[in-house]
Design a protein around this ligand. Structure first.
Ligand code: GAF
Length: 378
């Protein structure tokens, strides 16, 4: 059968739209069992699925990359293109759960820019898992979909990500921000009322290659510190149980860098608590101030920012119509998230685009976003 025969005359059985996410504050806290404040956005990856009963083969066509691949459920092996591995990882995790899949055809189309830090990877994993769940009546709960998608990324792709992105992509509610406690997945939905302001993403359009390796290193640094502290305080199983006093007590046994990483995480968890209160009380200036503090911590103590992101945040700092600005996601490129007065956006975008292009010889992009519903499956 030719490709066009399979994909032109597609009798869709299941349709999925799977959103990217933003994170207002709480960066690199999720894998330390801390707090985050993400939500899904109105930019998505779309899937269409149908069963192909005749084979155990899966045929997937990406409209975005105009790329096709086919594999047997019995032979899952790592591919060169990373988008394929997110999907294969999901298949592997579903199979590990003893859930029965059959052959299927799938079309994927994305409107999420890759490398922008708005989690196209979690959207791919969760949307794909959600679609297969419906197509083959696997009876997976939303939480199982979130967790298996995270495991796909950890085990198959090899990135030790936390749970924030998958959780936000699946669980978000329109017009709300999630306050998520990553220790027990306790969730509070806070109405996203930004009054005269809007959230604006500015994409540096850089994605430095350090990102993956440094991400895993940061996580290992935090876990190494926890291991040391646990020797005296048995109740400690993550940085979440570590107090400022405990960290001070162990300062001499940690390298200066590791100490700074841990201090950042403890401070960031406190900031998220304050930020969620500020949001509930409509104190947007206070919220924005915490965003700036978060960025400084990520820049100087956690060291996951980059000159392009720092330039954007610095550029905004003396503008009183920008309440807050910070890098978002894993770091080393991608977007800043800005809380900005809506009627100033057009002029500001012109000004910063020009300054950014002059400084780095790169054109930035603007991504306007609004808090949206998690995965939708029809
Ligand atoms: C990436 C990861 F996937 C998340 O789990 C989270 O750690 C984030 O970086 C940093 O906060 O998006």
């Amino acid at each position: 059968m030719t490709l066009s025969k399979i994909f032109n005359d597609f009798q869709t059985e299941v349709k999925v739209s799977s959103p990217g996410r933003i994170n207002l504050i709480g960066e690199h806290t999720d894998y330390n069992n801390g707090f985050v404040m993400p939500t899904a956005i109105d930019k998505k990856i779309f899937f269409e699925f149908k069963r192909n009963v005749s084979t155990d083969n899966c045929r997937i066509y990406s409209k975005t990359f105009d790329s096709y691949f086919e594999f047997s459920l019995a032979e899952i092996s790592k591919q060169k293109d990373s988008w394929k591995n997110y999907l294969l990882g999901v298949i592997e995790e579903i199979q590990k759960m003893d859930k029965k899949l059959g052959g299927f055809d799938c079309i994927v189309k994305s409107e999420l820019p890759i490398g922008a830090g708005i989690s196209s990877s979690a959207a791919l994993e969760c949307g794909f898992a959600g679609g297969l769940n419906k197509l083959f009546t696997l009876n997976l709960s939303k939480q199982e979909i979130v967790e298996l998608s995270q495991r796909a990324e950890n085990n198959f792709v090899g990135s030790n990500c936390g749970i924030m992105d998958q959780f936000a992509s699946v669980m978000s509610k329109k017009d709300h921000i999630i306050l998520l406690d990553c220790r027990n997945l306790e969730t509070e939905f806070i109405p996203a009322d930004f009054k005269d302001c809007k959230l604006l993403l500015l994409n540096t359009n850089v994605s430095h290659s350090l990102a993956d390796s440094e991400y895993n290193t940061r996580r290992a640094e935090c876990e190494g510190a926890v291991k040391k502290i646990k020797q005296k305080y048995a109740e400690v199983s993550s940085l979440r149980e570590v107090s400022f006093e405990m960290l001070e007590e162990f300062k001499d046994q940690l390298t200066e860098k590791t100490y700074q990483r841990c201090l950042y995480v403890l401070n960031e968890n406190e900031r998220v608590q304050k930020a969620s209160e500020a949001m509930k009380n409509g104190e947007l200036k206070k919220f924005g101030e915490l965003m700036y503090q978060s960025h400084k911590g990520l820049q100087h103590h956690y060291e996951v920012s980059c000159p392009e992101l720092d330039f954007m945040v610095d550029f905004s700092e003396d503008k009183d119509f920008i309440y807050g600005s910070r890098m978002m996601g894993g770091g080393f490129g991608g977007c800043t998230i800005n809380l900005i007065e809506a009627n100033k956006i057009d002029d500001y975008v012109k000004e910063i685009s020009k300054a950014y292009a002059e400084k780095f010889n790169i054109n930035m992009d603007v991504i306007s976003v609004s808090p949206s519903e998690g995965t939708v499956i029809e």
